[in-house]
Design a protein around this ligand. Structure first.
Ligand code: 2IT
Length: 444
C-alpha cells in the first residue's frame, strides 16, 4: 500500500481541484516530511498524512447585512476546522476581498503545524469572509460582524474552536464579534482571543506576532554571530504585524526603512521611528488600505505599484500576505546584499522564491517566525480559564521562551551541515507532535 509523493500530490489535486494556495501549502509540508513518513510505517498504516490534508470540518454560510444606504449585501462566511489532535481548533478570521476556501484551507493547514510548534495545546483552524472592510463605516462593520457571528456562534466555543484576528480583523472586529456571541449564548467566555484588555484580553497580544518574529530573527542572527543592532530592515505591510515588528526592531537598535500597501511602498531612509510607528495605527483605522499618506505626512518617498524588496537592506521581514516575495524579488534582495529573510506573513514567499532563498541565505518560514501571535492567543486562553490577568513582563517572558523553543525545534529537525533548513525544521518539528497525537487517538 505504498504511495509515492507524486501520487499523493496528484490525488490531492484531484480531490481539491483549483485550490492552488492549499496545494502550495501542502506540497511545502509534504516535501519536508515525506522522508520521515516513509521511514515510519506506523504513520503510513494509519494514513496520517492523508488524514492531515482533509479538514475535520468545513463550515460555509451566507452572511447577509444591510449597508448604510439601506441596500442588502451578501458575503460568504467560512470556518475551516482543520485538526483538533492537540486541542480546540485555534486560528484567526480573515476579512478580505481575496478570501476563498483555498486560502482558508492553506491557512488552516499551516496553522495546525504552527500551533504544534508553540508547545501550547491548540489544534488548527481558520476562517473569515470575502467581506472587505475597505471603505466601510464603523456601523457597517458592526452589522457585518453581528450577522457573521449569528451563524458562527453555533460552531465555536472556548473548548471547541477559538477564533482570533487576521488580516482585516483587529480589536474593533473582535469586540463586535464577541458582543454578539455573548448575547446569543448568554455566556461570557474566552471564545475569541485578541479581546480588549478590560474584557479578557491579554497584554502583549496586539504586539505578539511582530515581537515574536523579531525574537525569532534575533535567534537566527545570533547563530550567525550577528545581532539586529545596526541592521537595516525592509518590512512590508503596514498593519498590526508590521507595527509590532517595527517597534521591537527599533527597541533592539535596528532600522526599518520600508512599509507597503496594495498601492505601493514607502522608502523612509531616516528610519520609521517614534511617532511614525504610532501613525501606522491611525492609517489602519481609516479603512482605506493605502500606505501613500505616510509619504505626505513625513516626507518619505512613495513608489507606486511596487514591492519594497528592491531597496538595499541587511534583513527582510515580509509582514503582509501570502506570496508577497516571488523569485524575481528574492533575486533582487540577494543582489542588494540581504542576508536573512524571516517571514512574518503566512506563506509570504512563493515556492520558487523559497527554493532560491534556501540556496542563497538564511530563510525561515511563517509558521515558525510568526507563531508568537497565536502563542500569546494561547496564553490569553490560559488566563481566561484561570480568570486572571498576567502582567506584561510575565506574558513577554513566556513569549520569548516560546520563540526560543521554536527556534531550537527548527535547529534540531533542520540541521543540514553548518546550515539550518528552517523549512524542514519547522515542518517536521510541527508534524511529529500532531502525528503522534493522531496515532494515539485512533482512526477519527
Ligand atoms: O496566522 C495566525 O497565526 C493568526 N492570525 C493568529 C491566530 C490566533 O488564533 O491568534
Amino acid at each position: 500500500m505504498k504511495t509515492d509523493i507524486n501520487d499523493f500530490i496528484a490525488n490531492l489535486e484531484r480531490r481539491t481541484p483549483g485550490e492552488k494556495e492549499f496545494h502550495q501549502a501542502v506540497e511545502e509540508v509534504i516535501g519536508s516530511v515525506w522522508e520521515f513518513y516513509e521511514k515510519n510505517p506506523r504513520y503510513q498504516r494509519a494514513k496520517i498524512l492523508e488524514r492531515m490534508v482533509e479538514p475535520e470540518r468545513v463550515i460555509m454560510f451566507r452572511v447577509p447585512w444591510v449597508d448604510d444606504r439601506g441596500e442588502v449585501q451578501i458575503n460568504r462566511g467560512y470556518r475551516v476546522e482543520f485538526n483538533s489532535a492537540l486541542g480546540p481548533y485555534k486560528g484567526g478570521l480573515r476579512f478580505h476581498a481575496s478570501v476563498t476556501l483555498s486560502i482558508l484551507k492553506f491557512l488552516g493547514f499551516e496553522q495546525t503545524f504552527k500551533n504544534s510548534l508553540t508547545t501550547l495545546p491548540m489544534g488548527g483552524g481558520k476562517g473569515g469572509s470575502d467581506f472587505s472592510p475597505k471603505g466601510k463605516t464603523d456601523g457597517e462593520i458592526m452589522r457585518f460582524c453581528q450577522s457573521f457571528m449569528t451563524e458562527l456562534y453555533r460552531h465555536i466555543g472556548p473548548n471547541t474552536d477559538v477564533p482570533a484576528g487576521d488580516i482585516g480583523v483587529g480589536g474593533r472586529e473582535i469586540g463586535y464579534l464577541f458582543g454578539q456571541y455573548k448575547r446569543l449564548k448568554n455566556e461570557f467566555t474566552g471564545v475569541l482571543t485578541g479581546k480588549g484588555l478590560a474584557w479578557g484580553g491579554s497584554l502583549i497580544r496586539p504586539e505578539a506576532t511582530g515581537f515574536g518574529a523579531v525574537y525569532f530573527a534575533q535567534h537566527m542572527l545570533h547563530r550567525l554571530g550577528k545581532d539586529i543592532e545596526g541592521q537595516t530592515v525592509a518590512v512590508s505591510g503596514f498593519g498590526n504585524v508590521a507595527w509590532g515588528a517595527i517597534s521591537k526592531i527599533n527597541e533592539l537598535g535596528g532600522k526599518v526603512v520600508t512599509l507597503s500597501g496594495p498601492d505601493g511602498y514607502i522608502y523612509d531612509k531616516e528610519g520609521i521611528t517614534g511617532d511614525k510607528v504610532e501613525y501606522l495605527l491611525e492609517l489602519r483605522a481609516t479603512n482605506n488600505d493605502i500606505v501613500e499618506p505616510y509619504a505626505q505626512e513625513f516626507g518619505a518617498r512613495f513608489v507606486a505599484d511596487k514591492r519594497p524588496w528592491e531597496v538595499p537592506v541587511d534583513l527582510a521581514m515580509p509582514c503582509a500576505t501570502e506570496n508577497e516575495v516571488d523569485l524575481a524579488d528574492a533575486k533582487e534582495l540577494v543582489k542588494n546584499g540581504c542576508k536573512l529573510l524571516a517571514e512574518a506573513s503566512n506563506m509570504g514567499c512563493t515556492a520558487a522564491a523559497v527554493d532560491y532563498l534556501h540556496e542563497t541565505m538564511d530563510y525561515a518560514p511563517g509558521k515558525a517566525v510568526n507563531a508568537g501571535g497565536v502563542a500569546v492567543s494561547g496564553l490569553e486562553m490560559s488566563q481566561n480559564s484561570m480568570r486572571i490577568n498576567w502582567p506584561r513582563e510575565e506574558v513577554d517572558t513566556r513569549l520569548k521562551g516560546i520563540m526560543k523553543d521554536i527556534h531550537e525545534t527548527c535547529v534540531n529537525y533542520g540541521k543540514n551541515g553548518e546550515k539550518i533548513d528552517y523549512v524542514k525544521g519547522a515542518n517536521v518539528g510541527g508534524f511529529v507532535k500532531v502525528a503522534e497525537a493522531m496515532l494515539a487517538q485512533g482512526v477519527v
